[in-house]
Write a protein that binds this ligand. Sequence first.
Ligand SMILES: C[S@@+](CC[C@H](N)C(=O)[O-])C[C@H]1O[C@@H](n2cnc3c(N)ncnc32)[C@H](O)[C@@H]1O
Length: 409
Amino acid sequence: MALDVEIVRLGAQGDGVAEGPHGPIFVPFALPGERVAVEPAADGKHAALLDVLVRSPERADPICPHFGLCGGCTLQHLEEAAYLEGKREQVVQALRSRGLDIEVEPVRTVPVGSRRRATLTLGRNQQGLALGYRRARSHDLIDIDICPVLSPRIVKRLPKLKTALAPLLGRKREARVGVTETETGLDIVIEGVRPSEAVLVRLAGDAAKLGVARITVDGDAFLPGAPPTVRFGSAEVRLPAGAFLQASKEAETVMTELVREGVGRAKLIADLFAGLGTFTLALAQTAAVYAFEADEAALAALSEAARHTPKLKPVRTVPRDLFLTPVGVKELNRYDAVVFDPPRAGAAAQAEALAKSKMKKIVAVSCNPGTLARDLRIIVDGGYRLTRVVPVDQFLFSSHVEVVAHLER
Ligand SMILES: C[S@@+](CC[C@H](N)C(=O)[O-])C[C@H]1O[C@@H](n2cnc3c(N)ncnc32)[C@H](O)[C@@H]1O
């Protein structure tokens, strides 16, 4: 039975939230201040938007025709200033929940079409073959021919890629297709299929025409072109299949600049969770850097790039699982500054050691304000001051936000 409800705030996932008789009700695509008609779900916690009865003055027209159906974006219907303020507020609230009161700077933005990697699904929907995203809260596939978030150099190749990749499916229903834009062409990683040798040979033959540099199918790589590389400043880094890469080059540039500002004039830096060396290789222009990371393929690519890039200060790579063996206090105290950029789970054990160290400067980078706030609290309790917090809108039109924070002792 339909209900009329008042939306009071935006939830962490970008849904509008109404106060129901038994707790919050999450309504996708509804905005604070709106009165909406909804169809409650059986769980009593979610509801589908049927109609907007009183419209928010901040409601905007989405820029993508798939918005509302596609599960990729949750926030295209909000006018830009309110959208950015919502993301900033998400960071403010996460910090406040840990008792950290600091002026959070305005969100740094990235342009539409700047996302350089995506995970798509290849499969079939009612219209036939599809390569795209899942419909919101459903297993149905939406075939994507337009995606304003994704690099246009990826989007324009999707229709031909779909046709070329179709034979890989064989009798499987679906495959996961990771696409990354690199300096030498698209890097494609396909999982969930076991195609025959003949299918793979045909695909490898077609790949160069599709602008593909490498296709990796269940771990086996074909290289129709030059190996995929990415650039970090003056360094060119070979990209191992599936290695972590910041989602947007433009966001990466903003974050790198903020990291540089955070370490100041440090001459010896530890970059923890260094990945392929996004920050290591930029910082090595002026400081010696030790890069700690668990992914040994990423670390080997970083090390090779450092060796081949002229005019860098010394770069050392240290393979280490930082969850199991965080860099200890004695070791940390050798450095002038530390940068740490963990996965979404954060780095609680590493934060405990950082809190006890004597370094002058720490820079935290995170795509999860919740775990970031927890880790910052630990470090602040050790006597560091939180001096700057800057959100970066790396994940356009989603509820996710990247953050760079500076700490000093
Ligand atoms: C958010 S990424 C950041 C990478 C890099 N700083 C960048 O900007 O490209 C997190 C990195 O942490 C690494 N990682 C994940 N778990 C780890 C662990 N337990 N110990 C060390 N590194 C880990 C991942 O391989 C990944 O490279």
